[in-house]
Design a protein around this ligand. Structure first.
Ligand SMILES: Nc1ncnc2c1ncn2[C@@H]1O[C@H](COP(=O)(O)OP(=O)(O)O)[C@@H](O)[C@H]1O
Ligand SMILES: [Mg+2]
Length: 321
């Protein structure tokens, strides 16, 4: 008997339902639905008249370019069933990140690359972060698999109080929100788009982002090769045409190695650098758009990236705040 192998690659908008077996301590399977975010969710940060007057060379001619049309076609309706490991492989300000395991797609002809689930900590502000981050993935669709990971969607589900208290990742110490953190969060979110107001009104909603699985971080305490230095800097050149500024997120933990192919998907060549990068950038929830020229944006990014790269060999994890 011949076994037929999957013949096509999973498209980034093909999954409609995410079914996770062991997210709840009880073992009850939980299903999340794909959530779209509005194109106008994020407005560009204005440049002051004073800035424009003093640095006319730093302002992008013609303003911010419109979003590039998506190359993905109509969204699909596949179900991805999976489970997650016991321990997260990463965590950050807003999330815990787990390797996807035992993945089964409702269409056996489509192959699934190695994936992670980025699970929001239990606070609606981080759900807002996830919506904002998804907007940047949509905005930068053409550099997914080039300079940023492929994003297979944002998914959410509303939970009863009982189920919410049973979400395994939310019980971890890293997921707990401290009181002082809560008050900073309360003062930080001024976006009043309808979608953001909706999220603010949700209680006990679980948000999960599905991303291509990447590798480890840059080495600390040893020299970084010239090739890796140039490659990492090149990632920020790819952001230039989108007027996207990462500012606070130029951090050691937000630069990860590209997937190893196979089992990961091959990287696509950068239009700007005309080469395939060995590294990828993650974490866009505090990114912003600003009508800066590509040269000025690169100058800003390089001022942080150079400091980071220069500090790593001697073990200094320089952070922008
Ligand atoms: N696609 C990925 N593949 C592998 N590990 C990842 C991936 N995305 C994030 N991580 C790991 O999880 C950590 C947190 O992810 P990040 O996107 O920075 O979330 P946060 O918004 O919480 O800071 C990262 O620093 C990294 O260690
Ligand atoms: Mg991070």
């Amino acid at each position: 008997m011949s076994v037929s192998l999957p013949s096509s690659q999973l498209l980034q908008n093909a999954i409609d339902t995410l079914s996770i077996d062991n997210l709840l301590e009880s073992g009850q399977t939980i299903q999340l639905r794909r959530m779209e975010v509005a194109v106008d969710l994020i407005k560009p940060e204005p440049l002051s008249d004073e800035y424009r007057a003093h640095r006319p060379y730093a302002v992008r001619e013609g303003g911010i370019p419109p979003r590039r049309p998506s190359a993905l076609g109509p969204p699909g309706n596949l179900v991805l069933s999976c489970s997650i490991d016991k321990e997260p492989i990463g965590d950050g300000r807003s999330s815990l990140v787990y390797e996807v395991q035992n993945e089964i797609l409702s269409d056996p002809n489509v192959s699934v690359p190695p994936l992670v689930l980025k699970i929001a900590r239990n606070n609606m502000y981080f759900n807002i972060d996830f919506a904002l981050e998804k907007w940047f993935y949509d905005e930068m669709e053409s550099i997914q698999g080039v300079a940023i990971p492929r994003c297979y969607g944002l998914f959410k589900v509303g939970l009863s109080e009982d189920l919410a208290s049973d979400v395994r990742p939310w019980k971890l110490p890293q997921a707990t929100i401290r009181l002082e953190e809560q008050s900073v969060l309360d003062s930080n979110y001024s976006n009043d788009h309808d979608d953001i107001r909706m999220i603010k009104g949700e209680e006990d909603y679980l948000y999960v982002m599905v991303l291509e699985r990447l590798g480890g971080m840059l080495p600390v305490g040893e020299p970084i090769s010239e090739e890796d230095r140039n490659d990492v800097k090149g990632l920020y050149e790819d952001l230039g045409p989108f007027c996207v500024c990462l500012h606070w997120q130029v951090r050691h933990e937000n630069i990860l190695h590209a997937p190893v192919c196979p089992p990961g998907l091959a990287g696509k060549p950068s239009e700007v650098k005309k080469k395939t990068h060995n590294w990828r950038l993650v974490d866009f929830s505090s990114a912003f758009k600003q009508a800066l020229s590509e040269r000025q944006m690169l100058k800003l990014h390089m001022s942080w990236v150079e400091r980071l790269l220069n500090g790593l060999p001697s073990g200094r994890l320089l952070e922008p705040f």
